[in-house]
Design a protein. Structure first.
Length: 262
């Protein structure tokens, strides 16, 4: 199993869900992935529901605040990247043409964090760990296994994130067109970039978390029964079987059936 007690800087280390219905979302995901929910007090005073799998923390769910709802922000998953310094990374994001939402702030367990957006508008959080590094398990059934940027300009994304985290990118081409770009961090696979198509309409770029399942087809059917929606796929790829779903509140996520790295 992919147990973790630390993460190399530049590695995806956590995901959480900001949702308009935490109770409904919790019911959906606990049944879909077998998670167990633990309500805790968030840093801002609201409820922060940790999701466990066999005792390991794998992600969290919390209430999307009223201010962001009024601004039109929908329910969404947020991916976190481990960094040595949240302040230095936020400053670097601005230098590279990105945006920082607020200033880096103290979080739980002595950590600091900041939410940054790339020049195309895709957001993620940077996490400077204190005594808590992030997910206790990844790359296993029921856990986060991949993080993917949906983007209209993979080259520009590679320049930004390479400058921000030191990621190395490797484009995959078909008939001269880039069909995917893989990310490596410290020599390890760390996610990818997927070119956006016409079906995305005018939607902005966004990061999409993948969760590993024992059977993609069974998970798709169960998600539908629980009120979820199939957004794309199912697709059979050389690396495995995938599908992109939305939960009942509209937050997008992906599922993967196949071999994962330790």
């Amino acid at each position: 199993m992919g147990k973790r007690v630390s993460y190399e800087p530049g590695t995806f280390c956590w995901v959480d869900l900001a949702t308009t219905d935490p109770e409904g979302a919790s019911a959906f995901y606990t049944r879909l992935f077998g998670w167990e929910a633990e309500d805790t007090q968030g840093e801002s005073g609201g409820m922060y529901t940790l999701m466990h799998l066999d005792g390991d923390e794998v992600c969290a769910i919390y209430d999307l605040d009223e201010k962001r709802r009024e601004q039109g922000v929908p329910s969404h998953w947020l991916s976190y990247v481990s960094v040595e310094s949240a302040d230095a990374t936020a400053s670097r994001a601005r230098e590279l043409g990105g945006e920082v939402y607020g200033e880096p702030s103290e979080s739980h367990a002595g950590a600091r964090m900041a939410v940054v957006a790339d020049p195309a508008g895709a957001s993620l959080a940077v996490w400077q760990p204190g005594t808590w590094p992030g997910a206790g398990r990844v790359n296993d059934v029921g856990c986060m296994g991949w993080n993917e940027l949906q983007t209209r300009d993979s080259g520009a994304a590679g320049d930004f994130y390479g400058g921000l985290f030191g990621w190395e990118t490797e484009p995959i081409e078909d008939d001269g067109n880039v069909v995917y770009t893989t990310i490596k961090n410290a020599g390890n696979q760390n996610g990818g970039f997927m070119p956006m198509t016409e079906q995305h309409g005018d939607a902005p770029s966004f990061w999409l978390p993948y969760f590993t399942v024992p059977s993609r087809d069974d998970a798709v059917e169960q998600a539908k029964e629980l009120g979820g929606t199939l957004l794309a796929g199912p697709l059979d790829l050389p690396a495995g079987k995938i599908a992109i779903l939305a939960d009942p509140q509209g937050a997008a996520f992906a599922i993967f059936e196949g071999e994962t790295d330790e």
